[in-house]
Design a protein around this ligand. Structure first.
Ligand SMILES: [Zn+2]
Ligand SMILES: [Zn+2]
Length: 160
């Protein structure tokens, strides 16, 4: 059993102080960190891919999951750089998921685009396809969609 704890490294191999860490040392450290992150995930702690902070995954409002994990504190900055890189189809899907998440956990409201309501400048807002008319601006009967004023898009506004 002893050999397992040593991990095959004798003390003579230990790294000299003052010397820059070797590639092997760094690779081993990286493996260790990844192992730890894996272990934390088992314990229900997950990490924001943006700010690298850890959050409890039992709190569904803490991290938004769209393949990568982003915490609420980072969402605004992340979305502004990330949304531009997405293809339209996946962007639509993630926008829908993000709006649902923001509405469910962060009191976000749907605001009609072009409405007179003044949006406080500090609020986080995303423009998303109207879910009532699926972006067509029209309802089944051909009437103008009243949820988005026929524009096909609405704002999702998160109070700051
Ligand atoms: Zn974050
Ligand atoms: Zn609509």
């Amino acid at each position: 059993m002893q050999a397992e704890f040593n991990n095959g490294h004798s003390p003579a191999e230990a790294h000299e102080p003052g010397e820059p860490p070797s590639f092997e040392t760094l690779a081993r450290l990286e493996r260790d960190v990844n192992d730890l992150i894996g272990a934390l995930a088992l314990l229900g702690v997950k990490r924001c891919g943006h700010c690298k902070q850890f959050f409890r995954s039992s709190d569904p409002g803490a991290l938004f999951d769209c393949g990568e994990l982003v915490c609420f504190g980072c969402i605004r900055e992340w979305w502004s750089s990330y949304s531009g890189k997405l293809h339209v189809t996946s962007r639509d899907e993630i926008e829908r998921k993000l709006s649902a998440w923001l509405r469910k956990y962060h009191q976000a409201e749907i605001v009609k685009e072009g409405s007179d309501k003044q949006l406080p400048p500090g609020d986080f807002q995303i423009v998303t396809t109207c879910s009532e008319c699926r972006g067509s601006g029209k309802l089944l009967e051909g009437q103008r969609c009243r949820f988005c004023n026929g524009l096909g898009t609405v704002w999702i506004v998160v109070p700051s």
